[in-house]
Design a protein around this ligand. Structure first.
Ligand code: CMP
Length: 149
């Protein structure tokens, strides 16, 4: 099932010059990047992205962190893209994340955990809408697509 999801590279990974290595993992897996944007989020965009966490005790720390520098939003399409990107990201708490995953290889902190990945198809649509207009997502064929899906 072809799905579209959001992977956001967080401010810690941008500062640590990990953008290229994270994008490489998405491409190597065979998923297709259909949107890419660097942005410094506004407070209200952070509240939208993390609406389900607004009442949690860690939210002020999370919000300050996400506002601390630019992020990269990546719209990604492919077979089971939502689940596949979640697996590539690894579990939320970086020190516990499996080696081989993005968080497992690059992270040591629960808040500064390198990336955010949408957790289901409908949620991905909601989160992508925060970063991209519909006409900013590019539909195209990759020449090797039939060898991958
Ligand atoms: P993310 O996958 O972007 O979703 C919510 C974010 O809140 C999470 O990654 C972490 O960066 C941050 N966070 C901080 N503390 C916690 C916590 N106790 N549980 C879950 N997420 C947390």
């Amino acid at each position: 099932m072809t799905e579209t999801t959001l992977l956001m590279i967080k401010p810690d990974a941008v500062q640590r010059a990990l953008i290229g290595r994270i994008i490489l993992r998405v491409e190597e897996k065979g998923l297709k990047i259909i949107g890419l944007r660097m942005i410094r989020l506004t407070k209200s965009m952070v509240d939208q992205l993390y609406d389900i966490h607004i009442d949690k005790n860690f939210y002020p720390v999370l919000k300050t962190f996400i506002l601390s520098g630019p992020v990269i939003a990546i719209a990604i399409q492919g077979t089971n893209a939502v689940k596949v990107i979640r697996k590539l990201a690894g579990i939320t708490n970086s020190p516990e994340a499996e080696p081989g995953t993005i968080r497992g290889d690059f992270g040591l902190d629960l808040t500064k955990n390198i990336v955010h990945a949408s957790d289901e198809v409908e949620r991905a649509q909601y989160e992508l809408n925060i970063f991209f207009r519909k006409d900013e997502l590019v539909e195209y064929e990759l020449i090797n697509e039939d060898w991958i899906k």
